[in-house]
Design a protein around this ligand. Structure first.
Ligand code: ADP
Length: 409
């Protein structure tokens, strides 16, 4: 916590979201948390490319490297980002770095200052999120190398769901499994937390009501929120459960997996690839695409069936979460599909007419936040999520609190 303030530069927060072959980043002004730039390096280890955009979507940088010059690991990619910030954003000073971490295990229900012990503990969660956690930690290690003693804060996608009751947090397995960590952790928590705080701040008339947020992107889940707290969610122990996703299966009878193992001799890797990479919209559309835009544009029967399956499962889960809350006042659409697909939102809402949703068709076609009519018993909203801003807020709050403590001490 010894960062020396340079009064000639704008104090800023850097947010890092490190995936398997990409690092997304965003820089926020620490004084008002306005976004300064956002960018990403994709294709780390192969044909990497680098793109930076300003908040008005102007491209500030776009590079595609030949293979021999491309960054080969997260550390090299992060150094490129930092060099770019030094040269092209030399008027900023990074005060703290916020990291998205997919899994906080049973312990972490709020953001935490990263140190060696925290990293060690997060490494023990690799088995809980093998496709995400190692890359998140690679990003943290690379950032620590590059930024020295600048405080680094971990923000967890599972944290928001830690308010779930035992009943909504467990499976009906022997209790010892719950104790050892086999729980319904839930994911997309930073998105749900952002949406929740957005409603509280900008749409307070709807805050605190029995709400289902549908985060519909490539990864997709839904979350029941009541009185501003998470009650239940569709993803569980892993980000595979719940509704079908781009290439993830969503809920499958575990008996299917036993069948694959016992009668077809599939091993764990084969089943993992099937469930994470070959299923969902991609699998149902006969391999056509995991991308909703492509499916909507297709006339193939398989594409239409994939969309119907997706829509029906979103409807089912909205009502299942309503049953958990014993009521439903607000449905909120977010994520790439939820924010942008007029068709999917329209289909989902039409299928909920019988429980009291009245769709405002014109609002659904435009940019409006409120998609239901004034007489609708259930309010439907569309809100763009901003997980990076949520991480920036947490990072600002925790690093400021830590600084205050160290000054007081
Ligand atoms: P991720 O989980 O990778 O963050 P996103 O939230 O970016 O995913 O959502 C990606 C999904 O959103 C893709 O299926 C994409 O086709 C879909 N999408 C984006 N824009 C539209 C649109 N205008 N209409 C339909 N689907 C869209």
């Amino acid at each position: 916590m010894s960062t020396q303030l340079d009064t000639n530069r704008i104090p800023a927060i850097l947010v890092i979201n490190s995936g398997s072959s990409s690092i997304k980043f965003a820089v926020f002004d620490d004084s008002d948390l306005s976004e300064l730039v956002k960018g990403q390096i994709d294709g780390i280890g192969s044909h990497a490319s680098f793109k930076v955009k300003s908040p008005d979507q102007r491209i500030q940088e776009a590079i595609t490297w030949p293979l021999e010059l491309a960054p080969q690991d997260h550390s090299a990619a992060l150094k490129i980002i930092l060099d770019w910030l030094h040269h092209d954003l030399s008027h900023i000073q990074i005060l703290a770095v916020g990291h998205r971490v997919v899994h906080g295990g049973p312990k972490y229900f709020e953001p935490v200052l990263i140190n060696d012990a925290v990293i060690h503990e997060l490494e023990s969660f690799y088995a809980l999120a093998p496709l995400h956690e190692p890359h998140n930690i690679a990003g943290i290690k690379a950032a620590r190398e590059v930024f020295g003693d600048v405080p680094q804060i971990a923000c967890f996608d599972t944290a928001f769901h830690r308010s779930q009751s035992f009943i909504n947090d467990t499976y009906a397995l022997p209790r010892a499994f719950y104790e050892e960590g086999v729980r319904r952790y839930g994911f997309h928590g930073l998105s749900y937390e952002y949406i929740n705080s957005y409603v509280q701040q900008y749409l307070p008339a709807y805050f605190g009501k029995k709400t289902v947020v549908a985060h519909l992107g490539n990864g997709a889940s839904l979350c029941a929120i009541e009185h501003g707290h998470a009650v239940a969610t569709t993803m569980g122990f892993s980000p595979l459960d719940g509704i079908p996703m781009g290439s993830r299966s969503g809920q499958v009878d575990p008996g299917v997996l036993l069948y694959l193992m016992q009668y077809k001799q599939w091993d764990a890797q084969g089943i993992s690839d099937l469930l994470y990479k070959e299923s969902g919209l991609k699998g149902l559309s006969g391999g056509l695409s995991n991308d909703m835009r492509t499916l909507e544009a297709s006339s193939a029967i398989e594409a239409k069936e994939a969309i119907s399956y997706f829509v029906q499962h979103v409807q089912q889960e909205i009502l299942s979460l309503a049953a958990v809350m014993q009521g439903l006042g607000v449905v909120i659409f977010t994520g790439g599909i939820g924010e942008n697909s007029i068709f999917i939102r329209g289909q989902v809402m039409q299928g909920l007419q019988w429980v009291g949703v009245e769709v405002d068709e014109r609002a659904n076609l435009g940019d409006a936040a409120i998609l239901s009519t004034t007489s609708s018993k259930i309010i439907c909203l569309r809100i763009a999520t901003n997980e990076e801003l949520m991480i920036a807020k947490h990072t600002h709050n925790l690093s400021t609190a830590l600084l205050t403590c160290s000054v007081d001490a």
